[in-house]
Design a binder for this molecule. Structure first.
Ligand code: CA
Length: 256
């Protein structure tokens, strides 16, 4: 199953084998159990402004900008886009609700996996659409000794968010700047992506990187496979438990 997934990936890239040097982690829903809060706040905001938006739908839009999500719903329910003022008012309302939520906890299994990844010499990189200013401090508090500022891609680094390939291409660039003597960008087969959301999976696949889905939310596995996931684990704990076996295969499987 794992070997078949890697074989299939190698065939699409035309590579003989992978050479994994970094692992690019999404943050919300992967490293932090934060999607519940986001989903509930989006649901309450949309209802407040007269739109229908069940919590599960927030998971379908995870990774999109606030305005992007609002406009999709506005088109669907009113047949026209939201004005900038409406977008701003709704995003502000949602942010206020979010501030009142309890701080999300690290995802079970996440720190164990990060330590295993780093322990075998694979460099963890953060690739998130989040624009929180104190992100690094928070990551260092939750996952001591794992992350560094120059190995983070956030909302401030990219023009186009997920599902565009740009955030993960930027992750390959920052990884290469850090690891390669000449500072050149890493190739897609020199990394893996860990994502929980359909749009995030699409972004990893669009960047040409082997994309590992962890289904930490309420959507069916099928949605993540349809987005292009190369392989899927039911939780971060399951990925942490299966890391050695996965890494063995990533190192050893050769395209035939
Ligand atoms: Ca996510």
């Amino acid at each position: 199953m794992i070997k078949t997934a890697i074989q299939k990936y190698l065939q699409t890239t035309g590579q003989k084998r992978m050479d994994v040097r970094t692992a690019m982690f999404d943050m919300d829903g992967v490293l932090y159990d934060s999607m519940r809060n986001h989903a509930s706040c989006w649901h309450r905001t949309m209802e407040h402004f007269g739109f229908t938006f069940p919590e599960w739908e927030a998971y379908m839009h995870e990774g999109r900008t606030g305005a992007g999500t609002i406009n999709i719903v506005s088109m669907r329910e009113r047949g026209h886009l939201a004005t900038d003022e409406e977008c701003e008012a709704m995003y502000h309302y949602k942010s206020k609700l979010f501030e009142q939520c309890p701080e999300a906890k690290p995802m079970p299994g996440a720190y164990e996996l990060l330590k295993k990844v780093k322990g075998v010499g694979v460099t963890p990189v953060i690739v998130t659409g989040s624009g929180q200013k104190v992100l690094l401090q928070r990551l260092q508090r939750s996952f001591p000794g794992i992350f560094r500022q120059e190995l983070m891609v956030t909302a401030y680094d990219v023009k186009k968010g997920k599902p565009d390939a740009e955030p993960y291409l930027m992750g390959l660039e920052k990884g290469g700047r850090f690891l390669n003597a000449d500072g050149g960008r890493l190739q897609p087969w020199q990394s893996v992506v860990i994502e929980n959301a359909p749009l995030g999976v699409q972004a990893g696949v669009a960047a040409g990187v082997f994309t590992i889905a962890v289904n930490t939310g309420p959507l069916p596995d099928e949605v993540l496979y349809q987005a292009g996931a190369n392989i899927l684990y039911p939780s971060m704990q399951a990925l942490a438990d299966g890391w050695e076996e996965l890494l063995d295969s990533l190192k050893s499987v050769v395209s035939d």
